[in-house]
Design a protein around this ligand. Sequence first.
Ligand code: FAD
Ligand code: NAI
Length: 508
Amino acid sequence: RVTLRWVWRAVYLGAIGSVGYLGYTIYLLRTPSEQLEADPAKKTLVILGTGWGAVSLLKNLDTENYNVIVISPRNYFLFTPLLPSCTTGTIEHRSIMEPIRNILRHKQATVKYYEAEATKVDYAKKVVYINDESEIKGDVMSTEVPFDMLVVGVGAENATFGIPGVREHSCFLKEVGDAQQIRKRIMDCVETASFKDQSPEERKRLLHMVVVGGGPTGVEFAGELQDFFEQDLKKWVPEIVDNFHVTLVEALPNVLPMFSKQLIDYTEKSFKEESITIRTKTMVKNVTDKTIEAEYTKPDGTKEKEIMPYGLLVWATGNALRPVVKDLMSQIPAQKDSRRGLAVNEYLVVNGTENVWAVGDCAIANYAPTAQVASQEGAFLARLFNSLAKTDTINKELASLSEAQAKAAGDQRTQIFDQIKTLQKSLRRVKQIGPFEYSHQGSLAYIGHDKAVADISWLSGNFASGGTITYWFWKSAYVNMCFSWRNRLLVCVDWVKSSLFGRDVSRE
Ligand code: FAD
Ligand code: NAI
């Protein structure tokens, strides 16, 4: 009985301790401490973007070493892996957004943030030109920001390959606004299809949801959309049951080219079971307000033209360069042969420059344009910049100690000599930062119907799996990767909410 009492006491104390710790953590999060002011003697480091690359850099950077300025039209970080879930309301978009102000306010030294788009980088003048693109504008809408060091992390825009009608008639899936637009349009198509006296052909067209691009974005969205139909729309709008249909169009012979053959086959089989049509070897050539014109390559190699009527078209065919990146590349002769982005060396320095670095989708470092790569690149740059700053400080200390040593004599001279040796040792350690090496943790994708596929790098081998257990792994991995505890909590609450009450089918 005495032992039991002690066990209970330990449990009580543990619980009180945990609650106290949680409370203290929340208090710290909500009460940022005073920050060091900008120091004109320090170098100005300008960071363009608030995405995976830039935020990972900011998170790991010792900001007291530089005057840091962040420029981005988006004043939040977006956890893109869960964005497809926002298109159907499985997750609310605010749950995967983290305000950049929160992130910056917790840094040791002040970081300036300007909500603006960088329109041009003048490499020779070391200046970034910025524009306020927001709705509300003040007297000053455009200005310039000088830099000593610049990190370009502006990501990429949607590739359309100049196909006519794509920009005008389709939805993309890159930003929060895109997901909101898709969510509205799904419900608009559903309600318009149910409009009185709608003809059967028009009803069929309106309920034909076409996704172009069989990469992970297209596949995940198609899976989410079919889930929405099966789990909610079918119940609340039964009159659409016979006509609602999802088609995934892909130019290559298969979807998910970056996954192993086994998982590609698994995904294609699952889609068939879920009644999602996959149209491979079908290249979209033209888009009008109601139809898609595509070219299908038959097994004998001949081509066949096809017209597909659609209600909703989601365009997910990968990345293209942003104009600001294109313009910067045109100023640097060493970038002449680079087509897909800023070519960088193994320290992520933009080739042909000394003080410009690039991270993420806008940089070409022989890795796929993924969040995983961008965030590892950002963390690497932070280590590099922290080390550069420490090197600078140590060099200054060494210079002053050498001066003092020249003037000193006897014991004092020996003491300074020892100090110099210690500093030289730490200088060697600090300088020992190797080139960037990407460590691939694997690829994960949700494919609908509570199934996911995973190609995981494990013990220097590869482990491929697909199904419901992988789906739970996908869920826990992504919750774990969310930016903050607030995001994690909100995402979990959204999952519980949508599975208990269903997704919201109202159109905002
Ligand atoms: P981004 O994260 O796109 O950030 C770019 C930033 O630059 C933004 O803040 C933007 O506002 C800002 N910006 C844009 N133009 C300018 C300008 N002119 N001046 C200043 N700032 C500017 N990858 C994975 O590894 N796993 C996944 O599961 C995964 N899922 C994804 C799901 C979706 C729907 C999408 C679209 C992508 C997904 N990705 C995933 C890819 C991943 O999101 C990108 O590779 C990653 O966002 C690239 O990071 P980045 O920092 O280069 O760019
Ligand atoms: P993607 O580049 O991976 O795939 C685009 C697909 O569209 C290609 O397969 C291409 O053949 C096809 N396509 C291009 N033009 C076409 C046309 N005219 N008609 C028909 N098909 C056409 O693009 P996605 O999916 O947007 O991904 C971009 C990047 O983000 C990738 O690097 C991807 O790995 C990453 N990402 C990763 C995710 C994950 O790991 N779960 C999720 C989403 C994106």
